[in-house]
Structure formats: structure tokens, C-alpha cells
Unconditional design. Structure first.
Length: 202
């Protein structure tokens, strides 16, 4: 009876993990849909930063926001994490799902090897007997791998949806003076490109 309960509990956990994985994949697919251009740049110029959060670039982004807003107080600035290539993100999420599944099995004392007709190895016996240590080691080790997979090293800058700087291409982050020059040049080009004649752009 107890074995049947453990068997049912294992497959229930597995079903929940699969549902979470499918939901995360659907969300990732929804994020890939390009945003509509109708609502962009209505109130004025906008700048967007895509940075590698796991690389520690959020602090750099916040510093650039302060510097830019001092010189361009009308500039709308947005920033978010740069998602790595699809396979790396998928593999990172898969490792995260597997991590939670194994931790649940350890905490519940389920012998996952009996479902594949294999003898229980000594290291799994140790994990069952030392649940806290095993879960902590597994958690931090998997987090280390996930962090390496999603480290893109990106610091991408767009002005009015036009890419103006890419660390992935240049290999470095722009200096404030360089960024100011790029902004001024882009704004001057935009002002010259749109001329109005009797209320209509030509």
C-alpha cells in the first residue's frame, strides 16, 4: 500500500513538472511576438537597454539612466534582462525543472531507480539519509549551471527602436561621451528626416 502511494505521488509530481514546463515554453513563445509599433514613441524619444542581469550589468544600467536623464530629462528609458538564445534558455529551464523534481523525490524519500528496474546506488541512499545537505548541494550546483547558461554578456541599446549599440558586436560598453554623441546624431537625423508642409509630413 505504501509503495503504491509513493508511486502515485511520484507521477503526480512528474505531471505537475511537465505542466509547468509547457506553461513556461508557451510564455517564452509569447514573449517572442514583436510588439505593435502603434504605441511606440508617442510622447517623445525613448531608449531601451537590454542587459545581462546575471553578469551584474543592472547596476551599470541604473548608472546610465541617471547620467542620461541629467542631460536628456525628456528621454523615456526602459531596461530589462537580455534573454539568451532559445536553446540555452530552454536548457536552463529544463535543468530548473529537473532540479525541483529531484529535490521533491529526495524530500519524499522516493526511490526513482526502482521505476527503471535498477538497483539503488549508494549516493542516492546518502541523499535520502541526508536530505537537507543533498538538497542544498543540488540547489546551488544547479543554480550555478543555470547562471552560466543564461550569461549572455549583453548590453544592447536602442533609441526609438533603432539599435545604436551592441556589446555583443563591439565587445565593450560605450563611454558616456560616446553614448551622448550617438544620441545627438540620431536626434539630429530624425529631426531632419521629418519635415512638415501644411501639417503633413513629406
Amino acid at each position: 500500500m505504501f509503495t503504491k502511494l509513493k508511486f502515485s505521488y511520484f507521477w503526480l509530481l512528474l505531471a505537475i513538472i511537465v505542466l509547468v514546463l509547457v506553461n513556461s515554453l508557451q510564455k517564452a513563445s509569447a514573449d517572442d511576438v514583436p510588439k505593435s509599433k502603434l504605441s511606440q514613441n508617442i510622447g517623445g524619444p525613448s531608449m531601451k537597454f537590454l542587459y545581462c542581469y546575471s553578469c551584474g550589468y543592472r547596476k551599470m544600467f541604473e548608472e546610465y539612466v541617471q547620467i542620461i536623464q541629467k542631460k536628456y530629462p525628456y528621454m523615456m528609458i526602459d531596461g530589462q534582462n537580455y534573454d539568451p538564445p532559445g536553446f540555452n534558455m530552454f536548457l536552463s529551464r529544463l535543468i530548473g525543472i529537473a532540479k525541483m523534481l529531484v529535490i521533491c523525490c529526495i524530500l519524499s524519500g522516493v526511490n526513482i531507480f526502482q521505476y527503471i528496474n535498477q538497483p539503488q546506488p549508494s549516493w542516492w541512499t546518502w541523499c535520502i539519509e541526508n536530505k537537507i545537505y543533498a538538497c542544498l548541494m543540488l540547489f546551488f550546483f544547479c543554480n550555478l549551471i543555470e547562471g552560466q547558461l543564461i550569461q549572455s554578456g549583453a548590453f544592447e541599446i536602442s533609441l526609438n527602436d533603432v539599435p545604436v549599440w551592441s556589446k555583443l558586436e563591439t565587445g565593450r560598453i560605450p563611454q558616456p561621451a560616446e553614448l551622448f554623441q550617438i544620441i545627438d546624431s540620431h536626434m539630429q537625423f530624425t529631426d531632419r528626416a521629418v519635415e512638415f508642409n501644411n501639417g503633413f509630413a513629406k
